[in-house]
Design a protein around this ligand. Sequence first.
Ligand code: ZN
Length: 387
Amino acid sequence: MLRLFGAFLSPMGAQAGTVTEGVIAIEGGRIAAVLPGAPPAAADMPAAGTVVPGFIDLQINGAYGHDFMNAPESVVEVARRLPETGVTGFLPTIVAAPAARYAPWLAAITEAGRAARGACVLGLHLEGPFLNVEKKATNRPELLRAPDLDALREMLNDFVRIMTLAPELPGALDLVAELRRRGIVAAAGHSMATYDEAMAAFAAGVNYGTHLGNAMRGLHHRELGLFGALLASAVPVGVIVDGIHLHPELVRLAYRLKGAAGITLVTDTIAAFGMPPGHYALGTRTVEVDETTARVAVDGGYNLAGAVLSMDAAVRNMMAFTGCSLAEAVTMASATPARVLGLARKGQIAPGFDADLTVLDADGGVVMTLAGGEVVYQRAAGTEQRE
Ligand code: ZN
């Protein structure tokens, strides 16, 4: 039994949004009890900040110099370090890969992911290969494929939790049905879907939108596209809140329309995260990275190639861009992604939930992170830093 004393956040339920002092009792990796007002004398350990549910990132391609497609075993090292950013659970993600690479990649990253310690590898996100070539972004066009049910069945294993596809492609909705039948989130993205096509896809089972606004048909006043359909519907979306992928005012607008229950903060981070500017791999591409932006040369121009963003920075940016509360921003980083994945024991500080907890200082910096009740990160004294 570990008893953590401090101010803690209730992101949902009757005390939604309130910060309460008390003791969180942890046993067997779970929260055994939440005791508001319990005296610190009853605790083993102080939390020097506000305790919030650990962050869950549904889209991350790599970090700290490692690219998951090129080095699936590196998921162990990334899982060890991501708690520095408040992350306690994540989905390693790959963009479109050559057909022959899926099976060995899935086998390798599933084995490594299940053995990883630190942040929990909650499964995998396959972003492709059934994407629209017109919205390929950094994907190599020759690696994008027409929807094919047999190819999908060959590709999937039981560790895949999300697949992003372009729902307007012929046959894509058959894949959506197969994904949902297996309990996998069917995400729309890298898509030229019209509003009508998008709404039909939602009706057919598409239950997530991948990086709202990025790599989808632009928002036209007479053709809202997938972008407008996601804004207008209750389908939850991933949003990259780095101030580059979306204008801050669009983030604010999306938040006003969808609320904290409709948005998951994602980083879409690549190998360059946590590294100096330079050149890094993203799958089969080489990406140029400066302090804020990752770009790849495509068709004579440049496309954004993922991000160099941390979840704790995304939480701070969300509050700065929208004026939302810490509770709302944290909901978008924990409870909502947990709900998208159907994880009933993650995303809240409540009895019976996994003891995945992040302690934030007054500036939103990560002080300490616990995953499954174990301290997996503790900031060294005197090293407070902001990006
Ligand atoms: Zn993408």
